[in-house]
Structure formats: C-alpha cells, structure tokens
Design a protein around this ligand. Sequence first.
Ligand code: FE2
Length: 174
Amino acid sequence: MQSKIPAVITPLLIDLLRLKFCLNLNGIHGVAHWARVRSNGLRLARDNGANTRIIEYFAFLHDVCRRNNGRDPDHGARAARFSRHLRDRHLDLDDEEFLILVAAIGGHTHGVAHHDITVQTCWDADRLDLARVGIEPEPMRLCTAAARDPLVIASARENAQVWRRQYLSGEKSQ
Ligand SMILES: [Fe+2]
C-alpha cells in the first residue's frame, strides 16, 4: 500500500536543486551526501524529537550553493538566501519552522552551539557524514547526545566509507 503522506522533497524541488548546483552531482557535496545527511538526521530525530521536515529540507539545501568542494565559507549564507526564493512554492513550512531552517543552513559550517534541537540535529547529521572525505566525526564536535552515541557514529561512518570507496575507485578508473 502506498503512503498517502506527500513527500517533503518533491521531484520538482530536486530538479531545481540539480539545476542550481554547479559542482559534480556525484561528488563529495552532491546528491549522495544530501541523502545520507537526510538519513542521519531522521535517525537522530527518532531519539530527540527534532523536526523531520526541516531536517529533510536542510539535507537537500545546505550545500546546494557551493562554488567549490574546498573552502567556501559563504556557501551556507548563500543557501539560506536561496531558500527564501524557494520558500513560497517549494518549502512546506510555517514561519517559525522556516526561521529554524534558515538558521540551520546559514550556520552549518561555523556553528558550534544553538539552542534549538532541530538546528543541532541538522548540523550533526551533516558532520556524521565526514568520513566520506576521510575525516573521523569527533564526538566533541557533535551537538546532540543522540549523535554522540558510538553506534550512531559507527553506522554513519560505515555508510560514508562505503560511498568513499566507490567514489575513489571511480575516480581512479576515469
Ligand atoms: Fe554538507
């Protein structure tokens, strides 16, 4: 039986994000990363009650305005501004939820602390995927107790490393 709950991330929104993203969609900040951040975040939300709709939008938007795969300190601010353009037609959030999304996206690179559990969960979901670039997620840099669970870190690391091995082997064969 098909779910009657409409998808948060619609095919039209994905099409828009694919057009907006100027880097390799199959690269380290591309769609597979977005999907793992979503999965990480939804897993954390089961424990801590974070807002899953905001997590899903964060996962697919937070890196979409990157201009390179290295140091790009303003990409979060650009993505937060881009989110405002999408808001009316593509983001099904009330005013309070939208402000939380913007805070999560805008602060995800440099943020170390935030009072809102959903913002914290978004940041942790992203940081739990660092093993895709060969960086070990550090518990000290994670905001939520759910993310600091060693089993959660190990599971996210494994998922990221599986992708990394495939990505690096593909690079070598090109
Ligand atoms: Fe990211």
